[in-house]
Design a protein around this ligand. Structure first.
Ligand SMILES: [Zn+2]
Length: 236
């Protein structure tokens, strides 16, 4: 298996909120995309891990993914230890992604920033020849941080105007989380609330680059531009 883009996330339904539009757009452009979820949501108020995994597989079809997997690490108590990093590094060697998308490194939920840290360290480990003798070294050439829920200025924004509806359909595949049920009702937004909320966020980022809907990312390196005359987004 050799992927062009792999998004690594803490929970099923994270990528559908933060970078799913970009994954769809890359798949539409002919790239092979994948998602690796670290946990199956076993601490979730609603639904079971089996339900979440089945829902994530349905969502994967809407996201046009070539591959999706779940490491079933412990939800809400994700630990960045050597065993977890090794598991992740070996998976990266198997999937050989050119680009890895991670959650932004600061977040309210500990699983999100731990996933970011583990993903970053695993990308480095995956490139070490002597890590293990049964897999071939591979280090992704680019790491992007999905920053939709972080209060930071994005390094760049992807226009997802044509992918937004498909991304919303993917997210609503998680019927156990966003369906109308009494259980956890005050805690969980219903479908119209989630549609409004995600629509407003995507509109905000889209507006920053002069399009309808956008998804923001941060990169740690500078971005190279070869033609300053052709740079998009008008200055104010
Ligand atoms: Zn999450």
């Amino acid at each position: 298996m050799s992927l062009d883009v792999l998004a690594i996330a803490a929970h099923p339904d994270d990528v559908e909120q933060t970078c799913g539009g970009t994954l769809i757009r890359m798949a539409e452009a002919g790239y092979r995309t994948g998602v690796l979820d670290l946990t199956a949501g076993d601490m979730g108020t609603r639904g079971t891990p089996e339900q979440r995994i089945a829902e994530s597989e349905a969502a994967a079809r809407h996201l046009l993914l070539a591959w999706r997997g779940n490491l079933r690490m412990p939800d809400a108590r994700l630990e960045n230890n050597i065993a977890a990093r090794m598991t992740l590094a070996v998976k990266i060697r198997e999937l050989k992604p050119r680009v890895v998308v991670l959650p932004y490194w600061q977040a309210r939920h500990p699983d999100h920033y731990r996933c970011s840290e583990m993903g970053f360290e695993a990308c480095f480990l995956a490139g070490l020849k002597k890590l293990d003798e049964y897999s071939v070294p591979h280090r992704p050439s680019k790491i992007l941080y999905a920053s939709l829920y972080a209060d930071v200025k994005p390094s760049f924004i992807v226009d997802i105007s044509s992918q937004f509806e498909r991304r919303m359909t993917a997210l609503l595949s998680y019927a156990s989380q966003y369906g109308e049920t009494a259980e956890g009702g005050a805690l969980f937004p219903n479908e119209s609330e989630i549609r409004d909320r995600l629509g407003a966020i995507a509109r905000f980022y889209g507006n920053l680059i002069g399009v309808k809907y956008g998804e923001p990312f941060v990169v740690k390196e500078a971005i190279r531009i070869d033609d300053v005359v052709a740079m998009p987004v008008r200055s104010i």
